[in-house]
Write a protein that binds this ligand. Structure first.
Ligand SMILES: O=C(O)[C@H](O)COP(=O)(O)O
Length: 329
């Protein structure tokens, strides 16, 4: 991947800034040797990235003028709705299972609760239950922007998923799927029934595996090991977006979010053992002057508490109200 990145920069410096035409790329002769085809694809991608690097690129690479001038941003955390293995009371971890119908409903209800809160970027894990939750929640959002899952896993994926309209891009919300936000890997417990496992190994032992900070399940990740990737990702990729004034939603998992909340609330390894997250319940934080203020879980879309001390959120809601009033007139 480093090669691709390096050739991106190398190519980027020589690629002219002429607007990119999909037809140019799609008519690419398929009989070119692999290397130059890779070069051509990379060149094309660099042309795209040169043409519109304000869309989808992390704020740290975004030109100054595109960053919002605000020292306040909303951060919404949401554990995925009930999954098919939650329903069966099986340890899930990194096994990729979808939501149940109840979990779908939970995601939609969560969307209603946050429908007035601005969302500029969405981060999910690479697991479908988190991605389903994010997409379903956003169907309820009053701003009606379209969440678009980014595909930067290869130069070709990035090139072939390019959006060619500036206006359409403005009506979209980039969704970044990161494996670092995946549920903790539950090792040899994955697929086992939680009740049967407690009967076999003892309730205390299973509670330690599930809720302690340092003790990993057999051949799995401890919460501490999960935090090493999830919190690092949050600090490197999500916090800079908040600092730029971008409002972020993270749809992830019980333990990857427990590790992030431990960081946000500065919990001790003892305190985090009592932290448990329900499925599909959004939690709101306000990031202001470098600090995270917990605002709790919005019960309804107009709950005053959500907007207390957050002038920007209140103004955003007033704008949505005015816009919907205008469409009614
Ligand atoms: O991975 C799982 O089984 C659940 O998402 C979380 O499980 P836990 O509540 O046992 O941590």
């Amino acid at each position: 991947m480093a090669t691709t990145t390096m050739s991106h920069q190398a190519i980027g410096s020589i690629v002219s800034h002429r607007p990119f035409k999909a037809s140019q790329f799609l008519k690419e002769p398929l009989n070119v040797p692999m290397k130059s085809k890779r070069f051509k694809i990379e060149a094309t991608a660099s042309q795209i990235s040169v043409v519109d690097n304000t869309f989808l690129s992390p704020s740290k690479n975004r030109p100054q003028e595109s960053k919002k001038n605000s020292n306040e941003a909303a951060l919404i955390l949401i554990r995925h709705g009930e999954s098919l293995w939650n329903e069966k009371n099986l340890f899930t971890g990194c096994v990729d299972v979808p939501l149940t119908q109840k979990g779908v409903g939970e995601a939609i209800e969560a969307g209603k609760k946050i429908s007035n809160i601005p969302v500029d970027l969405i981060f999910t894990s690479s697991l479908i239950r988190a991605q389903m939750t994010a997409m379903l929640a956003m169907t309820q959002h009053r701003r009606k922007k379209v969440p678009i899952i980014l595909h930067n896993e290869s130069v070709k994926a990035k090139t072939w998923s390019h959006v060619f309209s500036e206006e359409t891009r403005k009506q979209s919300i980039p969704v970044i799927a990161a494996w670092q936000l995946n549920e903790r890997m539950y090792g040899e417990l994955q697929g086992l029934n939680k009740k049967e496992t407690a009967e076999r190994y003892g309730t205390q032992q299973v509670h330690e595996w599930r809720r302690s900070y340092e003790i990993p399940p057999p051949k799995g990740e401890s919460l501490e090991m999960c935090a090493e990737r999830a919190v690092a990702y949050f600090e490197d990729n999500i916090k800079p977006e908040l600092a730029s004034g971008n409002n972020v939603m993270i749809a992830a998992h019980g333990n990857s979010l427990r590790s992030i909340i431990m960081y946000l609330d500065d919990l001790t390894s003892q305190e985090v053992t009592t932290l448990d997250l329900s499925t599909g319940v959004p939690l709101l934080y306000i990031f202001k002057e470098g600090k995270f203020m917990k605002r709790g879980s919005p019960v309804g879309p107009t709950e005053a508490g959500v907007y207390a001390y957050t002038k920007r959120l209140a103004q955003y809601r007033e704008k949505l109200d005015a816009a919907s009033q205008a469409t009614l007139d």
